[in-house]
Design a protein around this ligand. Structure first.
Ligand SMILES: NC(=O)c1ccc[n+]([C@@H]2O[C@H](COP(=O)([O-])OP(=O)(O)OC[C@H]3O[C@@H](n4cnc5c(N)ncnc54)[C@H](OP(=O)(O)O)[C@@H]3O)[C@@H](O)[C@H]2O)c1
Length: 118
């Protein structure tokens, strides 16, 4: 089964529990400071939930490594796959079609935390 992350640069489901989890995880302090989140361009401009966070925009030509979370999207996960040690993955039931997909191969041989929502 394919893992959809978006369509037309938007999330296709409305899952408050997942957003709550995202917020909880990505606001927990790291060494006493606010966590640094890295986002790809399409995610950065399309996710309003990020307003109050310290979000670093990925560089088109280059890497940014001093971050605590890579928050997507699909292309950014691929780009940073070798530097991501641990994944937090939410599975949400949905029958819609998408146009952006998560490559599940990226989870192989990594520590994966899984969450299931309806
Ligand atoms: N379901 C989830 O958990 C989840 C999580 C995060 C994001 N998302 C969704 O995933 C979608 C985005 O994923 P994505 O893989 O398309 O993108 P992305 O990883 O967020 O960003 C990378 C994309 O941005 C482009 N880009 C980089 N710099 C740019 C610039 N200056 N101007 C224009 N484009 C630029 C890149 O183009 P080049 O390849 O040409 O450089 C690449 O296509 C969004 O809809 C977001 O809401 C979903």
């Amino acid at each position: 089964m394919k893992a959809i992350v978006a369509v037309n640069n938007k999330l296709i489901w409305n899952c408050p529990e997942d957003l709550k989890l995202f917020r909880k995880l990505t606001t927990e302090k790291v060494n006493g400071r606010k966590p640094r989140l890295l986002a790809g361009f399409n995610t950065f401009v399309n996710l309003p939930i990020l307003e109050d966070r310290e979000v670093i925009l990925d560089k088109r030509n280059g890497f940014i490594l001093d971050v605590d979370w890579v928050i997507g999207g699909a292309k950014t996960y691929e780009k940073y796959k070798d530097y991501i040690n641990e994944w937090h993955v939410s599975y949400i039931d949905n029958n819609s079609e998408g146009d952006t997909y998560f490559n599940k191969e990226l989870l192989k041989n990594k520590l994966v935390h899984e969450y299931y929502f309806r």
